[in-house]
Ligand binder design. Sequence first.
Ligand SMILES: [Zn+2]
Length: 263
Amino acid sequence: MNLLKYRLAQVVSATNFLPNRSEQRLRRVLMYHSVVKDADIATKAPDIYSISETYFTSHVDLMAQQNETGQRKVVSLEDSDPYGVSITFDDGYNDTLTIAAPLLLAKNLPFHVFVTPENIISGSPQYLSSDGLIALSKIPGATIGAHGFSHQHLNRLSPKEITDELKSSKEWLENKIGKSVLTMSYPHGAFNSLVEEIASSVGYMFAATSNWDCYKVGTQPLRIPRIDIWNLDNRNALQQKLDGRWDWLKKINKSQNLDTSNK
Ligand SMILES: [Zn+2]
C-alpha cells in the first residue's frame, strides 16, 4: 500500500461508522512482522511490514495502558477470554527478539511469534539465530508457534507436501526450544479446508490467518482472523483498528478474495 492509498484509507476509517459496542469488544489479534530502528527505517525503502521502533513503542504504551485499566486486556492467543487483544509476529525476525520483546516484557504483555524454520537455518542476520530463537522462547509471556517449514503457499501443495511442511516445522521448533508447539500462522495467509484439516491432524490447536476480522473465541480456532498492522500505523491508527474503524477492509478482503499478506 503506498502513502496515497494509506492516507485515503485513513480518511475512510476516520469517518467510518463504528461497529456496535459488542463487536468492538470482541477479541482482536494483531499481526506484526518486523520492528525496525528509526534510523534504519530512514535509510531503507518503505516496507509495509516494517514498523518503526517509535510507532511500535507507542502501540505497546497504548495497549499497556488499556490493559491496566481493564478497558482492553492483552491476552495470549489461546486464552479463553472472548474480549481483549492478542499480539502476534510472523516469520521470526531477529528484531522480534532485540526490539519488540524487551518492550513487551517491560509491560508484561504476552505475545506469539510464528517462526519459519528455514529462515533460521538460512543464517541471514535478518532472522533469529538458533540461539536467538531459544532465548526468545524463554522470555516470560513469549510463545513460539510455527509458520510452515519453508514459507510456502500451503493451499498450492499436495496433501503429502502440506503434511511435511506442517509436521516438520512443528517438530523442528519443538526440538529447538524443548516445548510443545501448538499454534501456527499460515504463510502468506494461504490456507483452505484441506490445509486446516491437516493442521489439526498433526496437532495444532490454533492457527492464525491473514483475513481481516475480529476473532470470535471458541469458534474456528484453526482460522483465526487477524488485524494487519502496517508501517504507517501510528498510535492513533492502532486505536482506530482496535475500535473497528478499519473493519471495512474485511469486505474488500472477502469480495476480491485478496491475499493481502506477502509475508
Ligand atoms: Zn510469513
